[in-house]
Design a protein. Structure first.
Ligand SMILES: C[S@@+](CC[C@H](N)C(=O)[O-])C[C@H]1O[C@@H](n2cnc3c(N)ncnc32)[C@H](O)[C@@H]1O
Length: 314
């Protein structure tokens, strides 16, 4: 019971923080017509005969203010050539990979991101991995369909997370389309491994220095785990595609000095300072951020109300 009221107080605190942030965001407020929290079904978006999976969980149902079109809500420093090939969701990840990188794309499924990175010449080498055979077969089929010399440096590997990797093979890891907790486990090991921390290999132990992540949920958990493990979140971008909001974060390895939960404010965890900074400069990102925060508020409220009801039952 005590745990419940503790959690309920925390949720109220989160809601208050988010309400404050939403006031700071100001700007436009489009009417929310309909929404559902962290849906399970991936949206299927047809693109030039190719099936693109959009796996992000915050549905946006709002009308853009006059003067804005849906396509305008790219957000961030999107490379237009990637946007036209991959769409906004995967396009922003490709845009955030540095030129000349060697990349591991964990959970690649269709393999579109690795293919675009190789074909564009942005990456020197890409390993596309998946822990399941069928998704990796999807990637293989994509490669066979395209059948391009530029893809010779693209390797497919079957395996769980970083287990497919040898030390020093890549400098960048991308993960998208899975939740923040799964991403955290991929990068830093599973929960419950606490006793084996010293033996557990974390992403930095493989020589990786940059990660580009697009979680489908548990974003604040992922922020916290990155910071706690010595990574600095250097950018976060909010954008949208086909009515869904995506948050993409870039983190770079610094050091594990001066990091720790105590240094990290609740606001920083919940919303992310980069999203706030960007929203203050870009009307499009401001609109998206407001909608995302409103969604979070509804999510926390329904969790808190659910807890209150179940404690009344007892
Ligand atoms: C929804 S798909 C996302 C595909 C692609 N990354 C995208 O964003 O469109 C998620 C993929 O991640 C894979 N996956 C989940 N956990 C994984 C892990 N620990 N290691 C490797 N692959 C994983 C699943 O098999 C699935 O193919």
């Amino acid at each position: 019971m005590e745990l419940r009221s503790d959690t309920s107080a925390r949720l109220s605190f989160f809601m208050l923080t988010l309400s404050t942030v939403i006031l700071e965001c100001g700007g436009f407020s489009g009417p929310i017509v309909n929404s559902f929290p962290y849906g399970r079904k991936p949206a299927q978006v047809p693109l030039g005969g190719v099936r693109r999976q959009a796996a992000v969980r915050v549905q946006m149902s709002w009308r853009l203010p006059k003067g804005y079109r849906r396509e305008d809500v790219a957000g961030g420093d999107m490379d237009p050539s990637f946007a036209s090939i991959l769409g906004n969701r995967l396009g922003i990840i490709a845009s955030l990979v540095n030129n000349g990188s060697c990349v591991l794309d964990v959970g690649t499924d269709h393999g579109y991101l690795p293919i675009a990175l190789m074909k564009s010449g942005k990456a020197l080498k890409v390993i596309a991995s998946d822990k399941n055979i069928l998704p990796l077969d999807n990637a293989r089929q994509s490669l066979e369909r395209i059948n391009d010399e530029a893809l010779e440096q693209l390797e497919l590997r079957l395996g769980d997370g970083l287990a497919v990797l040898s030390c020093g093979e890549v400098d960048t890891v991308t993960v998208s389309g899975v939740g923040g907790k799964v991403i955290s486990e991929i990068l830093f090991g599973a929960e419950g491994d606490a006793g084996e921390v010293s033996e557990r290999r974390r992403v930095q132990d493989y020589g990786v220095r940059r990660v580009v992540l697009q979680p489908t949920g548990s974003i604040s958990t992922l922020r916290k785990d990155l910071l706690m493990n010595g990574w600095e979140i250097v950018d976060e971008i909010i954008n949208s595609e086909a009515g869904w909001i995506y948050i993409t974060m870039v983190a770079e390895w610094r050091t594990n000095e001066n990091q720790g939960e105590n240094n990290i404010s609740a606001e920083r965890m919940l919303v992310g300072p980069h999203l706030l900074r960007r929203a203050s400069n870009s009307a499009a990102e401001k609109i998206l951020l407001r909608e995302w925060i409103k969604h979070q508020l509804r999510h926390f409220k329904s969790r808190r109300d659910g807890m209150r009801m179940s404690s009344e039952d007892v």
